[in-house]
Design a protein. Structure first.
Length: 428
């Protein structure tokens, strides 16, 4: 049963520590295995991929590339309503991310000085998509579409094969609709190595995005520097700020929507209404009986869930800002009134009829979000995640003479005489 606790000024600190301690500690053995796999992939290329796929996935793959025939068969196999939902989601996700696009710019100052910035898309991006029970087509859309909007030329998707050598048909359908350019049957740390270093079959990419298990996450950490990565995601979390007007049925349902992800997921309600707190607890006990992942929800809520009762809505929002949750629901009257007070959150859901799962699937904002309090300094996956920027400048001789001596002075203070000389020779 979820615990109802009174905020006393220290409870939020305890919650933060509790949430930090959720993440799995990466054992040295995991690092050892991952580093060995990455070394083999870098050295032996496709042969290492073949060997590790047989070892870990139990299947011998001769051709890692998913054929157009396999993709078309997947489209014919999946439910038509599912395809319609994917297309609606694509339209909304594309619309939202189109608003994020940035353009290059140039500006002129006196004496012919030109300053500016070039914005270019990354050329090649790799997307890791888990298989098995963690196969989420929605994540394919959320990762591929912003890259396409940004202008990425080549999106390479990797996903582990099943025992029959095939790929989840729902994943293939989502990849086709989203616009992935190539799909390869390869998973695990070996897939990350292939994307980072390149093999005879799989091209090296500029950035790797997408979730995965502890081996995939560790591999992404290890190859960072060879390539860019999106983020290392922790367990999912939701925090709901609610007042006395909130519907307890809605609140309970939304708490469970995140708790069902994993036993390490966190679901927290912060409210200034003790009456609502009790009603939500009762609703949880009632609704949970019909949930297919009941055991996971119960474990998650017992270990990492809480209902925190505060003295005011202001105090509730302060706790939310301290926790910096992945998902934040403002289930209060006039939620727009308080939007400006939210400093730290991955994604914010406003009012009674914008539940978190709406953002997961169909609304448009990205569901790849910072977790474990990192919303204090990280942002959701976006078009910005798939671009790079170059600055440029142009000076006339007259413009250089105006500021040259000051630049020389700064260089000499730093002891960099060659820097200073580079400007001096132009002022003579």
């Amino acid at each position: 049963m979820i615990e109802i606790i009174k905020s006393d000024g220290n409870i939020e600190k305890q919650c933060i520590e509790n949430l930090k301690n959720r993440s799995e500690e990466i054992q040295q053995e995991v690092y050892r295995v991952v580093e060995s796999i990455l070394r083999d992939v870098k050295k032996f290329g496709d042969k290492a991929l073949t060997d590790y796929t047989l070892k870990f996935d139990g299947v011998s793959i001769k051709d890692f590339l998913v054929s157009e025939k396999e993709i078309n068969e997947a489209l014919e196999t999946v439910d038509e309503e599912f395809l319609a939902a994917l297309n609606t989601a694509k339209e909304n996700i594309w619309f939202y991310h189109e608003k994020q696009k940035q353009g290059s710019w140039i500006t002129a100052k006196e004496d012919g000085v030109l300053l500016g910035q070039n914005v270019r898309a990354l050329k090649t991006v790799g997307l890791y998509v888990p298989g098995g029970t963690a196969a989420y087509p929605s994540s394919v859309l959320m990762n591929v579409i912003p890259a396409k909007v940004a202008g990425v030329q080549n999106i390479v998707m990797v996903t582990p094969p099943s025992r029959d050598g095939k790929v989840n048909v729902n994943i293939l359908a989502a990849a086709k609709i989203a616009g992935a350019d190539k799909i390869y049957k390869i998973g695990g740390a070996q897939a990350i190595g292939a994307l980072a270093y390149g093999t005879e079959t799989i091209p090296r990419v500029d950035k790797i995005v997408g979730p995965g298990n502890i081996y995939v996450a560790t591999a992404k950490k290890s190859v960072y520097g060879y390539v860019d990565i999106d983020m290392i995601a922790g367990p999912s979390e939701i925090l709901i700020v609610a007042d006395k007007y909130a519907n307890p049925k809605f609140v309970a349902a939304d708490l469970m929507s995140q708790a069902e992800h994993d036993v390490l997921s966190s679901a927290i309600l912060v409210t200034d209404s003790l009456d609502l707190a009790y009603k939500v607890r009762d609703e949880l006990n009632r609704q949970i009986k019909t949930m297919s992942r009941r055991e996971i929800i119960e474990s998650s809520i017992e270990d990492y869930g809480a209902i925190i009762v505060t003295d005011s809505l202001k105090a509730s929002i302060e706790i939310a800002n301290e926790l910096a949750p992945e998902h934040l629901e403002l289930m209060v009257q006039e939620p727009m009134k308080y939007l400006g007070e939210i400093e730290n959150a991955g994604s914010i859901f406003l009012g009674q009829y914008a539940p978190e799962p709406l953002g997961d699937y169909i609304a448009g904002p990205n569901h790849v979000l910072p977790t474990s309090g990192t919303a204090r300094f990280f942002s959701p996956l976006s078009v910005d995640s798939f671009i790079k920027k170059s600055s440029f400048l142009y000076y006339t001789e007259e413009a250089l003479k105006k500021v040259g001596n000051e630049a020389i002075k700064l260089a000499e203070v730093e002891g960099l005489t060659a820097h200073a000389n580079s400007i001096k020779v132009r002022l003579k």
